[in-house]
Design a binder for this molecule. Sequence first.
Ligand SMILES: [Fe+2]
Ligand SMILES: [Fe+2]
Length: 367
Amino acid sequence: MEKTVDKKRLQPVRVDNLIPGMSLGTDVFAANGTFLLAKGTVINESSINLLESNYVFSVYIDEKPHVHSEREKEMLTRSERIRLSPEFAEFRRNFEATVESIEEQLNDIVFKNVETLDTEELVKKPLDLLTGYSTADIFDMLHNLRRYDDTTYVHSVNVSLISGIIARWCGLDEEDVQTAILAGVLHDIGKMKIPDSIIKKPGKLTKEEFKIVKNHTVEGYRILQRCKNADDNMKYAALMHHERCDGMGYPMGLKASQINTFAKIVAIADVYDAMTSARCYRGPICPFTVIDIMIQEGLAKYDTLFIMNFLQHMGETYLNNNVRLSDGETGEIVFIDGNLPSKPIIKMDDGTILPLRESPLKIEAIL
Ligand SMILES: [Fe+2]
Ligand SMILES: [Fe+2]
């Protein structure tokens, strides 16, 4: 970073908080002195990647907002346009307020030994988010919020939103939708008792540490058991969301018919969110790769009705997104077949139409 900086006009911004369209206020160098980006560069996805891969943690941004010419606007990907939109800024504010409120409430339950759950308050903010935006918008926005610190609280809010959406997609009534949201909010409450040194450990967990992590299910059940008004669905969602219909899950290795319905919904939301989030040992996995993985293992591991509905609707939410294919070429998703959600039809940047079902290529990233 440049040594002399006019602090009046420039402000330091963490790289994980950069938004495409911001303009660099200084030249940026890597720690070894290699020149990376010039002053005045307009931030886009690839400049963020360059900064991250060179371990640059913050840069100076020119406070004067960059005015996009019509040509520049045309060049932006759909994702970049979303991140620059006032709707995204508003969603981010609402989302952050929701995470903060959930964090406070979960901490009260776990560490202040609250005996009565305020279920209305727990469900209120996630439900407001679900009601205020279309499903496609929520997935778009969540996808574009991925750079933010992924705490257990962020994950809990994501899982509550996705669980509520799955419940709606499957035609459950509004009371069950709210139960799904609550089950999502509370599913990992047992993780709050696990030390950060294990939760955030970048390397492989030891056998003993893995046992402690798996026990968050039982721990969550115990915490909710202490609350007089926690209904069975919430307790079982915490206890059983890592169970799998083929009996290969934990902590008890239950079979499909023994697993609570809301635990089955949360299981799908949980896996989808965990895979599409960045982890300290890997970047986020592209949603289409996640859909592919879930199709391969889906019918055996997850409830058939829930997973089929999820996969069909999920693909559709990414219609009109710009994507990069496995050969490096880019295009836009123009049609999605509900039966083959990971292989949509792509309009390539050169105007040709490519049905992925007839091609060995895969979607590698949403841009
Ligand atoms: Fe979990
Ligand atoms: Fe989870």
